[in-house]
Design a protein around this ligand. Structure first.
Ligand SMILES: CC(C)(COP(=O)(O)OP(=O)(O)OC[C@H]1O[C@@H](n2cnc3c(N)ncnc32)[C@H](O)[C@@H]1OP(=O)(O)O)[C@@H](O)C(=O)NCCC(=O)NCCS
Length: 262
């Protein structure tokens, strides 16, 4: 069981780090992997109520790797901590499966030193759902939830829940559109709501893009019904031809009338 989970961890590093050349390299040279193995040991001790020993093993892990994972944190399968120096994972953090963290990430409390007694044994660190990626220096603070597949940009500070699939950057973190704007348009046009977006301005723009796309669709269908062609360009050309003919006929008619008048 333990061996299988270690094998899965190694494969996850191979899959997610383009610099990894062999499994042996990961076992020997990856501090993120070493920290994970020591975390599994410290966590087992913690769950068996060997609190001091658990903390001590976690401290050894920190000395060796520069990665601090509290033994009380709950971590799912295939976590990859790439480079890892300066990562801090607090006591009540929860991490799902297939999560990736880079160096300098903090999963911390909002104000641990204020009224610290009242915070003992209270959830004060974030929950990261499956497939989350947190870029280097990302700070995720408080008992918030980062939804499945969400991405936090390098050096972003997140203090509010993030919806699944959102990419958030900046301080405070706000949603951004992906580079592929066409895909973003389709995303909205086919009805995926923008309410998951944490930035109200971006959410409004997304809604407007959705409405424009719906209107474009409607115009296209009307043109198709009017001119009987599925091709948008052809429909446009037909429309232009029809409009020119109409103008021409009006002109001819008015000339005829004026001719008759003169
Ligand atoms: C957040 C991230 C995942 C977004 O990647 P992406 O989906 O390809 O997004 P894009 O590059 O299209 O960027 C979208 C917008 O966000 C901006 N942006 C991207 N990352 C940002 C960041 N960390 N901080 C501030 N703005 C950022 C881009 O400039 C772009 O803005 P624009 O639309 O005004 O041009 C990525 O930029 C990132 O920060 N990854 C972390 C990588 C890391 O930590 N590497 C360490 C390896 S050692």
């Amino acid at each position: 069981m333990v061996f299988k989970s270690i094998q899965e961890d190694i494969s996850a590093f191979m899959a997610r780090d383009p610099a990894a050349r062999s499994k042996l390299e990961i076992v020997l040279c990856y501090p993120g992997f070493h920290a994970l193995v020591l975390y599994r040991l410290s966590s087992a001790l913690w769950r068996r109520r060997f609190y001091l020993l658990g903390r001590f093993v976690s401290h050894l892990g920190r000395l060796l790797t520069g990665i601090e994972i509290h033994p009380g944190a709950k971590i799912g399968k295939r976590l990859v901590i790439d480079h890892g120096f300066g990562v801090v994972i607090g006591e009540t953090s929860e991490i799902g499966e297939d999560v990736t963290l880079y160096q300098g990430v903090t999963l911390g409390g909002i104000a641990p030193s204020v009224n610290s007694q009242s915070q003992v044994n209270v959830k004060r660190h974030p929950t990261l759902k499956n497939g989350v990626i947190v870029g280097s220096g990302g700070q995720i603070l408080g008992p918030i939830t980062v939804g499945e597949g969400a991405r936090v940009g390098a050096n972003a500070v997140v203090t509010k829940d993030l919806a699944p699939g959102v990419t958030a950057v900046g301080i405070p973190a706000h949603g951004v559109l992906p580079k592929d704007r066409t895909a973003a348009g389709q995303f909205v046009a086919y009805g995926t709501p923008a309410e998951g977006c944490p930035d109200p301005v971006l959410a409004t723009i997304e809604n407007m893009r959705g409405q424009i796309a719906a209107l474009q669709d409607r115009v296209h269908h009307l043109e198709k019904a009017e001119h009987g062609t599925a091709d948008g360009d052809a429909a446009g050309a037909d429309w232009a031809e029809w409009r020119d003919n109409e103008i021409h006929e009006v002109k001819v008619a008015s000339m005829g009338e004026s001719g008759r008048r003169s």
